[in-house]
Design a protein around this ligand. Structure first.
Ligand code: CA
Length: 228
């Protein structure tokens, strides 16, 4: 298989250089765009990148706008995106995840961490479509068609909402899902529903998962992630 192509959108030359060095050594085909607008042009053209590492503060077009454009256009909609964000940009991080970014990394980061995340996201997004009728993660076994959950081989009863919530989490192991994403997917979005409703349901769900409870991780200020 050809080397995966990584497009780094980053205007700080020293950070870009560090990433080029590390990812190049890991066998990726790396390209850098220091501007948001030229990065969008680049991503639209063949061969499109297999993954975009996206800084948020950029000249030309900021990272969130770029993310919005990439997700909106069919040719680029499925390219995985990892945001590179500063600690203070928590709100942007949430907006980015809601716009469809796959993951984020907080600066300052180690190049090694970036390489690991890139590989994890590529693994997750390149895998064959998961069989929709049975999802297994760790000791959790979700029989979607039969609407049944087994934890360590024992059947556990869930409400319809708990089931949909767990199904959504198990469909994207390792990925951070915001409260709003979970509300939209598990409840069908309704502006009347308070996002804290998600917290209440997750708490109940964890109790039912017993030995597997800590598989649902809280991502403070953002949402939840199912440990894969
Ligand atoms: Ca920047």
């Amino acid at each position: 298989m050809a080397q995966p192509r990584i497009l780094i959108v980053e205007d700080e030359a020293d950070i870009a250089e560090l990433l080029v060095y590390k990812l190049g050594r890991e066998g990726f085909d790396v390209e850098v765009c220091p501007r948001g607008d030229t990065a969008l042009e680049r991503a639209r053209h063949h061969p499109s990148p297999d993954l975009v590492l996206l800084d948020l503060m950029l000249p030309g077009l900021d990272g969130l706008e770029l993310c919005r454009h990439l997700r909106r256009e069919p040719a680029t909609a499925s390219i995985p995106i990892i945001m590179l964000t500063a600690k203070a940009e928590e709100v942007d991080r949430i907006v980015g995840l809601e716009l469809g970014a796959d993951d984020y990394i907080v600066k300052p980061f180690s190049p090694r961490e970036v390489a690991l995340r890139v590989k994890a996201v590529l693994r997750r997004t390149a895998g064959p479509e998961r069989a929709a009728d049975l999802i297994e993660v760790g000791e959790l076994r979700l029989d979607v068609a039969g609407h049944r959950l087994f934890v360590c081989g024992e059947e556990v009863m869930l409400t319809a909402t708990e089931f949909r919530l767990l199904e959504r989490l198990m469909a994207s192991p390792g990925r951070v899902l915001t409260r709003n994403t979970l509300l939209a997917d598990a409840w069908g979005y309704s502006s009347d529903v308070d996002s804290r409703t998600v917290d209440t349901h997750v708490r109940r769900l964890r109790r039912k998962l017993a030995a597997e409870a800590d598989r649902i991780e809280t991502v403070i200020g953002v949402g939840y992630r199912l440990r894969g």
